[in-house]
Design a protein around this ligand. Structure first.
Ligand code: AQP
Length: 326
């Protein structure tokens, strides 16, 4: 079977953007690929966390993965930090990645502008750890949102360079982004992507938002003065709402435009709030059950780590040998 690797950071509750851009697709691969889905906790150390809250966020993200329907019998679900080979390979790849390449990463530019008081080395070398995450499993396909494309291209460049210098070591991964929903935008600033760590809570729908809160956020979503429900770049707010609608109902853009022909934005927002609520209700119920059963979560992440370690060690043996470590 071909291998899929992807992950999300435990930096907060998953957003509707994470769900539509990534998690929803992950599930669709579980029968045809050997899928590894990680909670990439080491990546989140690039921001300052309260250790107790961080630990909760990590367990919560595992419960969110399961609640979103990822089947632990079909997928390997694990914490990145439980597989020490990630850190080992990250160092080796750091030594095969150029400062110039890392300097071009827009995520580093954005995040270092946001956190001026903590521009740490980890934030800068983050893409090398991400490359290690992927290359460690001889990954064929990486399903991610649009925002991760640049990092993935760098991971490919690093793998190609490494293979050229040291002989065939890594599979070169392909990038998979969904045709629609690869970049869900903030409800408040539709020119910016929806993000877990957005300071304005109204811009972001979280998969654990309860109905009232969710409906309120949806009603406040920024639109425009055009007064027509059309999917076009001149109406970024409305375009974003139609994208979400289409992804969750599988109605085409045209069908949605026709359905709301002559109707107002309020109508669209109320209906969409209901659709999102209906999607998240079973997830929220399942989430509460998983969070009540920490020993089950422990069983899942322990088994996941063992499976991932085995695969990772196969690659590391090859890497150590090829670079000449005794
Ligand atoms: N707005 C989005 N639309 C579509 N896909 C998205 N992803 C993130 N935002 C959107 C995809 O979700 C996966 C997990 O993301 P991550 O946890 O690795 O972190 P991120 O990409 O940095 O996402 P956030 O939500 O913006 O987190 P913070 O605020 O912590 O930086 C990835 O596949 C990502 O592409």
């Amino acid at each position: 079977k071909k291998v899929i690797f992807s992950g999300a950071q435990p930096t907060g509750v998953l957003t509707l953007g994470n769900y539509l851009g990534a998690i929803q697709n992950w599930k669709s691969f579980e029968d045809t690929y050997n899928c590894l889905y990680s909670i990439v906790d080491l990546h989140s150390l690039t921001v300052r966390n309260n250790p107790k809250e961080f630990k909760n966020a990590c367990l919560s993200l595992l419960a969110q993965y399961l609640a979103c329907g990822l089947n632990p019998d079909k997928n390997t679900i694990f914490f990145q930090s439980h597989v020490p080979q990630h850190s080992e390979l990250a160092w080796i790849l750091n030594c095969n990645t150029y400062m110039g390449e890392l300097n071009r990463m827009t995520q580093f530019k954005d995040k270092s502008a946001q956190h001026k008081d903590n521009i740490n080395a980890g934030l800068f070398t983050y893409p090398a750890l991400q490359a290690a995450d992927i290359l460690l499993y001889q990954t064929n396909l990486v399903p991610v949102g649009q925002d991760q494309k640049q990092h993935l291209e760098l991971a490919r460049d690093i793998a190609i360079r490494f293979n050229n210098n040291y002989g065939e070591t890594f599979t070169i991964p392909e990038i998979y982004t969904p045709k629609m929903g690869a970049k869900i935008m903030s409800l408040q600033q539709p020119e910016q992507k929806m993000s877990k760590s957005d300071e304005n809570p109204n811009g972001t729908i979280l998969i654990l938002d309860e109905e009232k809160r969710l409906t309120k956020k949806m009603k406040k979503a920024v639109t425009d003065n055009e007064g027509v429900i059309r999917y076009r770049d001149e109406q970024p707010g409305v375009k974003n709402l139609i994208t979400i609608y289409s992804k969750l109902t599988e109605l085409s853009v045209e069908e949605i435009e026709n359905k709301y022909d002559g109707k107002g934005y309020g109508h669209l927002k109320v209906d969409l709030a209901e659709i999102v609520t209906d999607t998240f209700r079973p997830i929220q119920e399942a989430y509460a059950n998983y969070m009540d059963d920490l020993s089950y979560l422990e069983k899942i992440y322990t088994e996941g780590a063992l499976k991932a370690q085995d695969l990772a060690e196969d690659t590391m043996k090859k890497v150590r040998k090829n670079i000449g470590l005794v």
